[in-house]
Design a protein around this ligand. Sequence first.
Ligand SMILES: [Fe+2]
Length: 212
Amino acid sequence: MAPQPDIESAQQTVELIFNVLEEGSKKEYLGEDISQLEHSLQTAQQARDAQADNETVLAALLHDIGQFCDRQTAMDIMAEASDLAGKTTESTSNVKVGVKGHEYIGGQYLRRLGFSEKVAQLVEAHVVAKRYLTAMDQAYYDGLSSASKASLKYQGGPFSAEQVKEFESDPLFREKVQLRLWDDKAKVVGLDLPGLESYKDIAVQHLIRSSA
Ligand SMILES: [Fe+2]
C-alpha cells in the first residue's frame, strides 16, 4: 500500500527517484552513444511535445528506472513476483516470472513509491510494446538498433497473433505503443533539452494526487 504523502514527503520521493536516475545514468546507455539520462530526457520531451498527460510524461521519463533502483529493492520485487507465481490464482495468472525484466521491476518500484497505476503500467509495458510492434511491422523491426534487436530475443521475441489481439484490447494500448515509439527515437547524440529539474513539479503534484 502506497503511503499518503504530504508535500514534503512527495518532494523527498521525487528527489530519491531523480537521484536514482541520475546516478544510474552515469553509466553509458548500453550499446548506444548517449547516456541513460539523455535517453530518458529525450523520451519525456517527446511526450511533452505531443502534449501527453502528466502521467504519460512521467512514465516516459522513468521508463528505464528499473535498471537503476538499488539491488536489494530489485531482488525483493523479483522474490515477491516468484512468490505470487507460486500461488497462482485467477487474479495473478498473468504473472509470468520467467519473462520479467527491468520494466517489471520499474513498474513495481514506482507503485511502491506511490506513483499511479497508469504510470506503473506504462513503464511495465515498454518491452511488450516492442514485441507487439515487431510482430506488426517489419520496417519497425528493421529500424531497431542492433542492441535493441539483440535484446528482443531475450524479451520473448515478436508477439504471436493471439498475443497481438490480447494487447490491442488493453485500455492503455495506444499510450503503451506510443511510449515505445518515443523510447526508440530517444537516441539522438548532442540534443540540448530541459533537465530533470523541469519535471520536479509535475512529479510532486502527481504523487500527492495519486495518493489522495
Ligand atoms: Fe528506454
